[in-house]
Write a protein that binds this ligand. Structure first.
Ligand code: MG
Ligand code: ZN
Length: 220
C-alpha cells in the first residue's frame, strides 16, 4: 500500500518535472539542482558562483529552505533574481514547487537557473525537478564515508563538489578514499575539490558551468 502511494507521488512528480524540463529547453535555460547536507556550504558556493558569473549571463535562483528566508536574503544582496520556497518542514523540493516558483519570478531571458534544494542527502535524489544536472555538495567535516552511505545522490550527480578543503588537515577525512569511492560509484562525474570560503578550486567549477550554459544556449 505504502509503496503504491509513493509510486503515485513520484510518477505525478515526474510528469511535472518533464514539463519543467520542456520549458527550460524552450528557453535554452541550463538548470542546476544543487543538493547537499545542511552546512556543507551550498549557499556559500552559490554566492561565489553568482558573484563570478553574474556579469556574463542572466541568472535566477530558487532557494529551498525548511523555514527561513536567510539564504534568499544572502542571494538578493548580490542583485540576483531569487524566489524563496519554504517547505515548512518538508525535506525536499518537488517539481510542482519549482513550477510555481518559475511562474512567479518569470524565467524569460534567463540562461542559468540554480535551484538550491533543502539540505538532505536522501530524498532530493528521488524527486526530479526538471533540471539538466544535479550538483552534489559535501564537505570534509562530514566524513569520507558519506558517498558509500548515500550512494544515490552521488551516483546521480553530474558534478560533485567536495568543500572545505582548507580545513582538511584538522579532520580525519581520507581524501583518496573518498575520491576512489566516488570514482567507483560514478565514473563519469566531474569532481571539484574546493574551499568555498577561500575560493580555492572554484575557477574550474565556474568554467564547467560556463561550458554547460554555452552549449545549452546553442541547442536549437
Ligand atoms: Mg543553504
Ligand atoms: Zn524529502
Amino acid at each position: 500500500m505504502k509503496v503504491t502511494v509513493m509510486e503515485d507521488i513520484l510518477s505525478r512528480n515526474d510528469k511535472l518535472a518533464s514539463e519543467n524540463r520542456e520549458r527550460f529547453s524552450r528557453g535554452k535555460i541550463f538548470a542546476v539542482n544543487l543538493i547537499g547536507t545542511p552546512g556543507a556550504g551550498k549557499t556559500t558556493i552559490l554566492e561565489k558562483t553568482l558573484a563570478a558569473l553574474k556579469g556574463e549571463m542572466k541568472i535566477a535562483v530558487i532557494e529551498g529552505d525548511l523555514f527561513t528566508s536567510k539564504d534568499a536574503e544572502r542571494i538578493e544582496k548580490l542583485g540576483i533574481k531569487v524566489k524563496q520556497i519554504n517547505t515548512t518542514g518538508g525535506c525536499h523540493l518537488d517539481a510542482s514547487m519549482v513550477t510555481a516558483a518559475i511562474d512567479e519570478i518569470g524565467i524569460e531571458g534567463i540562461e542559468l537557473l540554480i535551484i538550491e534544494n533543502v539540505g538532505n542527502l536522501v530524498c532530493p535524489a528521488e524527486f526530479d525537478l526538471g533540471e539538466d544536472m544535479k550538483a552534489t555538495v559535501f564537505s570534509v567535516t562530514e566524513g569520507d564515508d558519506k558517498p558509500l552511505k548515500y550512494p544515490i545522490i552521488f551516483k546521480e550527480a553530474e558534478a560533485i563538489l567536495l568543500n572545505k578543503l582548507d580545513i582538511l588537515p584538522y579532520t580525519n577525512f581520507d581524501l583518496s578514499k573518498a575520491s576512489d569511492d566516488l570514482k567507483k560509484l560514478n565514473p563519469t562525474c566531474s569532481l571539484f575539490k574546493v574551499a568555498a570560503t577561500t575560493g580555492e578550486g572554484l575557477s574550474a567549477w565556474f568554467d564547467f558551468l560556463r561550458g554547460k550554459v554555452k552549449s545549452k544556449g546553442e541547442k536549437s
